[in-house]
Design a protein around this ligand. Structure first.
Ligand SMILES: Nc1ncnc2c1ncn2[C@@H]1O[C@H](COP(=O)(O)OP(=O)(O)O)[C@@H](O)[C@H]1O
Ligand SMILES: [Mg+2]
Length: 234
């Protein structure tokens, strides 16, 4: 299994405080890695570094073996790195279909059947403002697919704000992008029951350092991980 993403000694400091320290992680082609860790552990900061929103203070980020540590975000997107944020970002007054058309133009990729693949075709004519949180998440995924930035998906708490009744469908969409289409996924998620059905491996961040990486079963049983979560729900 070739590595899609390789992080080596990745560190990020801001205002003199170390937010991420010496993170080493290799993610294989088609692998699903969940990133967990208590609030403030550095999960979003890690995604910021990988997507190019912020620049590493030290260390290296490679995609397909090519060093992209200093590369601009739009160039990373062209390599297929797509990212969603903790809060949904859609244009309320645009329809679902208009979003995907825009994304396809920006990425100069074919519009394809992005809506079909996220099970949103029936809402194509709806305004984004009228979508449920779950459907907004699906729309964001469709935009990444249409823009061509859907090879390595960085999903930051995609279930946040989604009604519990809509979670299984969103999980099914993400699972199908991974299992059926072979996309590589890195996903921050708090709900272990969601992760157990999706992740090949779980990476645990704690105070900006990688505490443990392993199969979901091993991570759940890891005493150090349980200790890191004292006072918080796993
Ligand atoms: N731009 C920033 N400036 C200063 N501190 C930041 C910045 N971004 C994040 N942090 C700090 O870095 C730590 C990790 O934040 P974050 O990556 O958002 O954690 P998580 O996503 O795991 O909850 C927190 O203590 C946060 O306050
Ligand atoms: Mg976060």
């Amino acid at each position: 299994m070739a590595d899609v993403l390789t992080l080596t000694g990745l560190s990020w400091s801001v205002g003199g405080s170390a937010i991420l320290s010496d993170v080493d992680l290799a993610v294989g082609e088609g692998e699903f890695v969940a990133v967990i860790g208590p609030n403030g552990a550095g999960k979003t900061s890690l995604f910021n570094l990988i997507s190019g929103l912020t620049r590493a203070s030290a260390g290296r980020i490679a995609v397909d073996g090519a060093d992209i540590t200093g590369e601009a975000p739009h160039r990373r997107a062209r390599r297929g790195i797509g990212r969603t944020f903790q809060s949904s970002s859609v244009f309320p007054t645009m329809t679902v279909a208009e979003h995907v058309a825009l994304a396809a133009r920006v990425g100069k990729a074919k519009q394809s059947d992005a809506l079909e693949r996220v099970r949103l075709t029936r809402r194509a004519g709806a305004l984004a403002a009228d979508l449920s949180h779950g459907d907004k998440r699906k729309l964001e995924l469709a935009m990444l697919l249409a823009s061509g930035a859907g090879r390595l998906l960085l999903l930051d708490e995609p279930m946040a704000g989604v009604a519990s009744g809509d979670v299984p469908e969103l999980v099914a969409v993400i699972r199908s992008l991974h299992r059926d289409e072979g996309r590589t996924v890195l996903m921050v998620e708090h709900h272990m029951e969601v992760l157990l059905g999706l992740a090949d491996r779980v990476a645990v961040l704690h105070h900006g350092a990688l505490l443990a990486v392993g199969t979901p079963d091993r991570i759940m049983a890891d005493a150090r991980v349980q200790e890191a979560y004292v006072g918080e729900a796993l």
